[in-house]
Design a protein around this ligand. Sequence first.
Ligand SMILES: [Zn+2]
Length: 147
Amino acid sequence: MQDNVDGWSKAVSAENANGASPQAYCLNCFALVPAERETCPRCEERAALLSARGYKEKLLHALFHPLAEVRMRAIIALGLRADGDTAPALVECALRHATDLVQGLEIVNSLSRLQAGGPCVPALHDLASRHPARAVKQAALWASRGI
Ligand SMILES: [Zn+2]
């Protein structure tokens, strides 16, 4: 995301306490890799290519990140961008992590901001019908009605 360095996302800012070299997350597979590597040892993606991805593409990919905090940043950023074509990815993220209610409710907030100020009603209805958590279902329904 924004704090990437040479295609890797910073994981540990400086050297570790034990003097080991700095590490970062691969923006493709999210493996922890030595920051000085040019290629991810797990997925073999090149850092320079990852760095060239567009910001929206990076945000959408971050919805698959294993850390909830990283996913939450992407959810909030996508909501602020108000880009309607990101709605399906947000709905699927909520369904992949259905037990994370805080994330589910933030996705409802983000969906409410999509499409230049109006709620993204079809996506909110989709979320309300498919999400297993009552709190998320209800929030999605209310948001679709502008409540
Ligand atoms: Zn990788």
